[in-house]
Structures are given as structure tokens and as C-alpha cells.
Design a protein around this ligand. Sequence first.
Ligand code: NAP
Length: 304
Amino acid sequence: MSALVAIAQIAANFLILGPLAVAAVIELLPGRRRPKIVPKKILITGATSGIGEALATRYASPSITLALTGRNARALQTVADKCRAKGAQVLTTTLDVVDEDGMRSWIVSVDEQVGGLDLVVANAGVSEVTFGFDPQDASVAEESARKLFAPNVNGVLNTIYPALPAMRLRRHGQIAIVSSMASFLPRAGPYSASKAAVRYLAISLRAGLHADGISVCSIVPGYVKSPMTENVKSTPMMVEMDDAIEAIVKGLEDDVSVIAFPWTMYVLAWTFNIIPPTIFDIFARNGLLPSRMSYVTNKAENQK
Ligand SMILES: NC(=O)c1ccc[n+]([C@@H]2O[C@H](COP(=O)([O-])OP(=O)(O)OC[C@H]3O[C@@H](n4cnc5c(N)ncnc54)[C@H](OP(=O)(O)O)[C@@H]3O)[C@@H](O)[C@H]2O)c1
């Protein structure tokens, strides 16, 4: 009986939500012909590594001011030096995104110092791999949920909200929130949940702040070659860092609401997302749920 209910649910979901998946793809297409947004004063969190570092060096040029942060002071200095060598003005502060007061006073003072930020990228984040958690344990363990939610959710709040009052006054500014394709996977545990939270936040803020002249974009990467994915054994449709950065820069210029790549994975993610939880229940009860992902965890190397 429960199998019949599940099949009926799937059919209904596909009929109702299938067109939405198509809409998701359409959403990614460059449709609107508006002047490109070209940011000059850019703040990036998590700029010491991976996507944040690559984005900072991509934007770095003589007309650009960058405000960069991360916890690793030496790595931050190295990235700042690379950006200065390309002619950018660079401000750096070593900060934990979880430090609400520290983030607020830094962002407010940077905004004043540069004469108004054009773009704030809430990029800093961690995954189970960062901490060397076993993914099976991580999906249910309290420790992993708290360790992931603090920077991935509170860190994003600490980055975007202090920037908003000044942007609202100027009626100008762009916020980019880095989510993940994992935000569509209901069985991907706390990481998935943290990334879903910020993706939905971006969607609602975009609608809410439109009238204030502020644009909010969510960035939804699949697997990108970075230190975060180094120890992940299975990385289907892996995207090279340069391609990821070009997709992000172009998406922000075009002010698309969702910058998702690769698009094939986005379609699959949407489709996966409409599978009703009942199906997972049936699989779980029968021991058919595959392990969430296959990691090669190396605690010694990854533990921070
Ligand atoms: N790589 C992928 O496949 C992928 C896919 C989807 C989404 N993402 C998301 O993309 C973002 C960047 O990931 P990545 O691949 O570039 O990973 P990464 O190379 O591990 O970089 C993570 C960055 O976040 C910073 N960070 C972590 N915790 C922090 C904290 N508490 N306070 C301040 N900074 C902190 C790190 O800096 P410090 O260590 O110096 O603090 C580092 O600069 C993350 O939000 C991640 O979830 C990545």
C-alpha cells in the first residue's frame, strides 16, 4: 500500500513540479538584456583558499578595490599580494565569519573606507571533508551539525546583514551567497541543510530587496576542483576552478538570480529534489539507501 502511495506521489510530483524543473533551466539562460553590473569595490569572505581566492584574483585589476578575509593570516597575505601584483587595492583582515561583532565592525568600516561596497560575496564555508568527518556519522552527529551551521549559516548572516543598511541608503549594491548543489539533496545531512538555508535566504532577500535597488544572487556550484573536494572520492561532473569563476563572474554581471553550474547537474538536482520523502523511507526501511557520498577522509590532513 505504501508503495502505491509513493508511486502516486512521484507521479503527482513529476506532473506538478516537472515544469518547474524546466523553469529552473530557463532561469539559468541569459534572457534579460540589461547593462552589465561591473563591481569596483568587492568584499569576499573565505578569500584564503579555493573559490574565494580564485574569485579575488580574477577580479583583481587596477580599477578594483578588494576587501578580503579568512582566518589563515598567512594565506590571506599571499592572496592579497597576488591581487596587488595585478594592480588592485587590497584591504585584509583576519576574521572568523562566526564572530558576529567582529564581522559587523569590519564590514561597516570597510564600506566607509572604500566609499560604498558594490558587491559582497558570502563565500566562506565548510563541509564534512573540512573536518575529516565520516560522512555517515556526520549526517546524524550533533557535532558536525553545529560545526557546519556556524560558518555556513551564521557566517553568511554575519556577512550580508551588516552590509545592507548602507546599500539600502545608497539604493545600490549586490549580494552573492554561495550555496551548493548539495542544497537539493535531502539525504546530504547538515551540509546540505546549511546550504539549503542560505539558498532560500538568497531567494527571499532578492525579492524583498529589489525595491531598494539591491540585487541578491545565489551561487549554486556542483563539484568544483578546490581544497574542499580534494579528498572526495566521487566527484561527478567536476568543474575546473577557472570555469567556475567565469560562470560566477558572468552570472553576477548579468544579475541572474541563480548562478548554477554545471547546468546538467542543476537539472538532475531539481529532479532529485522532487522525489517524495516516502520513497526514501521505503529504501531506508529495506536497507537500500546507498551511502550518501564516498569520501576518502583523512583526519590528520583535514582537521583544522
Ligand atoms: N568546492 C566545491 O565543490 C563546492 C561546491 C559547492 C559549494 N561550495 C562552497 O563554496 C565555498 C568555498 O568553498 P571552497 O571549495 O573554496 O573551499 P575551501 O578551499 O575549503 O575554502 C573555504 C574558505 O572558507 C574559509 N572559511 C571556512 N571557515 C571559516 C570561518 N569560520 N571563518 C572565516 N573563513 C572561513 C576558509 O578560510 P580560512 O580557513 O582561512 O578561515 C577558506 O578561505 C564554501 O561555502 C563551499 O561550501 C564548494
